[in-house]
Design a protein around this ligand. Structure first.
Ligand code: PMP
Length: 292
């Protein structure tokens, strides 16, 4: 496996950066997780735009512009002979002093890893996932806007650990008002009485690329969609529930906090959205053959 590191392709064992990098010392940096389907980098422009916004929000200057970043992502897939997989794009603040200030840090490290992805087993897409709400709350959006996809994921990691400790694969995270924010690495949707709902971004949700795709696909199905604050009760009493994320794609959720969702099997609209999403990923992106 060859890793992209600041313009070079290096063997995995040689892909090393300074221990003084503030990405390591403080989680000071930004990242994206991107999928490659049959040689098509799914929604690459949307991911790169989110990376640019995340960087801007933390006053981090990206060392590469959009076109250079696009080429670097595609080159990394090509050099590793990948047609399907997951791309992790990381930009750190770079090496600096031990203090918090980023003054004197840099240049930032650009790291691109193209690897296989460990998906949930196909069985879960047929049977559905069970999730549980956990004590760790999503960070208040006035403290750290959830739209920033930063290298600091401790909040979500704690929630994941709490869910795993009690036997669940995914945690439902609430905000400090007790409203639904998101899962640890996925956005949440419900369908109730023919309407699709998902929490608004200020509830503590990342502006998920897959979330956006699901909203677009719902419009194709003429399923009205509302971004509105949701409570656990709304999830417990929904007809259908599903999660969206780059790694998870669109995955049905059939149990929330020990309450069965709908009849306990993936809902009809959820299954239609999964079918549409699986078609969409093959066409909506940048094809490796087209990018030079
Ligand atoms: N929320 C969080 C906290 C995430 O890290 C992610 C990405 N894994 C998502 C939601 C889903 O976003 P996307 O669809 O862009 O992967």
């Amino acid at each position: 496996m060859k890793i992209y590191l600041n313009g070079d392709f290096v063997a995995k064992e040689d892909a090393k950066i300074s221990v003084f990098d503030h990405g390591l010392l403080y989680g000071d940096g930004v990242f994206e997780g991107i999928r490659l389907y049959d040689g098509c980098v799914f929604k690459l422009d949307e991911h790169l735009e989110r990376l640019e916004y995340s960087a801007k929000a933390i006053l981090l200057e990206l060392p590469l512009n959009r076109e250079q970043m696009k080429k670097a992502v595609c080159d990394t897939c090509r050099i590793n002979d990948m047609q399907n997989g997951y791309v992790r794009l990381v930009v750190t603040r770079g090496p600096g002093h031990l203090g918090l200030t980023p003054d004197g840090c840099g240049p930032g490290n650009v790291i691109i890893i193209a690897d296989d992805i460990q998906l949930y087993p196909e069985e879960l897409y047929e049977k559905g996932l069970k999730i549980i709400s956990v004590p760790t709350r999503r960070i208040n959006s006035s403290a750290l806007p959830p739209a920033i996809k930063s290298l600091n994921y401790l909040n979500n990691i704690l929630a994941k650990i709490e869910a795993k400790k009690v036997g669940f694969q995914e945690a439902l995270m609430l905000n400090d008002k007790g409203e639904i924010a998101e899962c640890t690495g996925d956005n949440v949707f419900i369908i109730a009485k023919g309407i699709l709902y998902t929490p608004p971004l200020d509830a503590g949700s990342l502006r998920g690329i897959t979330r956006g795709a699901a909203i677009d696909l719902a419009a194709q199905l003429e399923l009205p969609c509302r971004e509105q604050a949701l409570t656990r009760y709304d999830l417990w009493t929904a007809d259908e529930c599903f999660l969206t994320g780059t790694a998870a794609e669109v995955i049905p959720c059939v149990e929330v906090d020990h309450r069965q969702v709908g009849d306990g099997t993936p809902g009809v609209m959820t299954r239609r959205l999964i079918d549409l999403f699986r078609k969409m990923v093959l066409s909506d992106g940048v094809h490796l053959n087209e990018q030079d």
